[in-house]
Design a protein around this ligand. Structure first.
Ligand SMILES: Cc1ncc(COP(=O)(O)O)c(C=O)c1O
Length: 396
C-alpha cells in the first residue's frame, strides 16, 4: 500500500537514510541519498560472494537479483522481458541506439532541444559517419518541445525521434506522451531519455507510446550508482541487433550461429555487479511502496516552494522553462558563476549542482547560457533544508 508522504512519514524515511542528517543535499538530480536498507542489500550480496564464492553466490541469489527487473517493469507498466538492467542511463541508451543498425545518407534524426549531451554525441558520431542528419524540434512559447512542430517536420526519411523528458538543466517537463503519440502515429522509432523521470514521476510506457525508454538508479530512485534500466517495447525488439553480444545475450547454437535472446536482456552484458542489482531492487521496492503519485506530489510542492522563495532573493533569476515543472530548480546569481555558488555552498555543507553547456548544449546555446546553478529536491527534502539553502544563498 502506498504511504502518503506526511511530514511524519518523511521524517521516518529520513531516519532510515544515513546521509540525510549529515549533509544538506540539493543534488538529488545528480545522485540521491540511498536508504540504509539499500546499502544493506548491497553489502549482504557482497558478503555472500565472499563467503560462498562469487559465482556460487550468484546462482543461489538469482531470484533476488532478478527481482530488480520485475520491479522495474512494475514501475514502468511494462513486462519483465521488456527490461534490460544496465550500468546507467547512457549505457542503456547507447546500446539501444547502436542496435538500430547502419544509417544511410539522408536519413533524419529529430531531437528535442534539451536532449542530453551524451545522447547527442552518440548520435552525432554515427550520423556524421553515415551522412545522416540531426535536426532540432522547435519549442513552443513556454520552451517545451512542441509536438505540432514535430508533426510538421515529418517525412519518410525520419528514422528516429529522441526526447529527453525531464532535462538535466532545469525544471522543464517535456510533453513526452504527446511526442510519443506523434511518433507512434507515424510509425517512427521513439527513444525517451527518462534519466530524471524514473522514480520522480509516474511512468506508463504504453501511454507514452515510446519504443525505448532509459532510466538510472542513482537519481530519483535513490538506488546505487552504476545501475540503470532500459525498456524496449516487445514489438520493437526484433529491430534491435546488439552492436556486440556475449555468451549469455547470444550463445552460439549447435550450427555455430549466435542465437539472440528473445527479450530485452539481449542488450545486457552478463558480467555485472549483482550486489548493485540487489541494491537497485531494494530502491525500486521502496519507491513502489511510497507510490509514484505520492513522490511526484511531494517533489512538486517542495520544488514550487523553493522556486518561489528563490525568486524573492535579490540577484537571483530562476531559469526553469515550461508550464509543468520537475524537482530540478535552475537559477543564476548575478555576478557569480554557478561553480562559484556551488563551491561557496559546499563550504557550508550544502550540495547543489552546476551545469555547463555540455549537458544540454542545444538548449544552453539557444538560451545564451554558459552555466546554471541547480538545486534539485527529493521527497526527503524538508522546509528546514530549504531555509538553510536560502539563507546561505542570501549571504553569497
Ligand atoms: C537527462 C539525463 N540523461 C542522461 C544522463 C546521463 O546518465 P548516466 O550518467 O547514467 O549515463 C543524465 C545525467 O545526469 C541526465 O540528467
Amino acid at each position: 500500500m502506498p504511504v502518503p508522504l506526511t511530514s511524519a512519514a518523511v521524517d521516518a524515511l529520513r531516519a532510515r537514510a544515513p546521509g540525510a542528517h549529515r549533509t544538506t543535499h540539493f543534488n538529488h538530480a545528480s545522485a540521491s541519498l540511498p536508504s540504509a536498507a539499500t546499502l544493506e542489500a548491497i553489502h549482504a550480496h557482497l558478503l555472500r560472494e565472499a563467503m560462498q564464492g562469487p559465482m556460487e553466490a550468484s546462482l543461489a541469489a538469482r531470484e533476488q537479483t532478478e527481482h530488480a527487473r520485475v520491479l522495474a517493469a512494475q514501475l514502468l507498466n511494462a513486462q519483465p522481458g521488456e527490461i534490460a538492467l544496465t550500468g546507467g542511463n547512457s549505457p542503456g541508451w547507447g546500446a539501444a541506439f547502436a542496435a538500430l543498425g547502419p544509417w544511410r545518407a539522408g536519413e533524419r534524426i529529430l531531437v528535442g532541444r534539451q536532449e542530453w549531451g551524451g545522447n547527442l554525441a552518440t548520435m552525432r558520431l554515427v550520423a556524421q559517419r553515415a551522412g545522416a542528419v540531426m535536426e532540432t524540434i522547435p519549442c513552443d512559447a513556454s520552451g517545451a518541445v512542441d509536438p505540432q512542430a514535430l508533426e510538421a517536420m515529418l517525412d519518410e526519411r525520419v528514422r528516429l525521434i529522441a526526447l529527453t523528458w525531464l532535462p538535466s538543466n532545469g525544471g522543464l517537463i517535456n510533453p513526452a506522451a504527446a511526442i510519443g503519440q506523434v511518433a507512434r502515429r507515424h510509425g517512427i522509432a521513439c527513444f525517451i531519455d527518462a534519466a530524471q523521470a524514473v522514480g520522480q514521476v509516474p511512468i506508463d510506457v504504453a501511454q507514452l507510446g515510446c519504443d525505448v525508454l532509459t532510466g538510472v538508479g542513482r537519481k530519483a530512485l535513490r538506488g546505487p550508482k552504476g545501475t540503470g534500466l532500459l525498456y524496449v517495447r516487445q514489438g520493437f525488439l526484433p529491430r534491435l541487433t546488439p552492436a556486440f553480444v556475449d555468451t549469455r545475450s547470444a550463445p552460439l547454437g549447435d550450427d555455430g550461429e549466435p542465437v539472440l535472446r528473445d527479450d530485452a536482456s539481449r542488450l545486457e552484458p552478463s558480467e555485472v555487479s549483482l550486489a548493485l542489482r540487489c541494491g537497485l531492487a531494494n530502491a525500486l521496492q521502496e519507491a513502489l511502496e511510497i507510490g509514484l503519485d505520492n513522490i511526484r506530489a511531494r517533489i512538486d510542492s517542495t520544488a514550487q516552494a523553493l522556486r518561489a522563495q528563490l525568486a524573492q532573493i535579490p540577484g537571483i533569476t530562476v531559469l526553469d522553462l515550461g508550464h509543468e515543472h520537475s524537482g530540478l530548480v535552475s537559477f543564476n546569481l548575478a555576478a557569480h558563476d554557478a561553480v562559484d555558488v556551488q563551491r561557496r555552498l559546499a563550504a557550508q555543507g550544502i550540495s547543489i549542482g552546476s551545469n555547463g553547456v555540455a549537458y544540454t548544449p542545444l538548449d544552453m546555446n539557444a538560451r545564451g547560457l554558459r552555466q546554471v546553478a541547480r538545486a534539485s529536491v527529493s521527497y526527503l527534502t524538508t522546509e528546514a533544508e530549504i531555509d538553510r539553502l536560502l539563507s546561505a544563498l542570501r549571504r553569497v
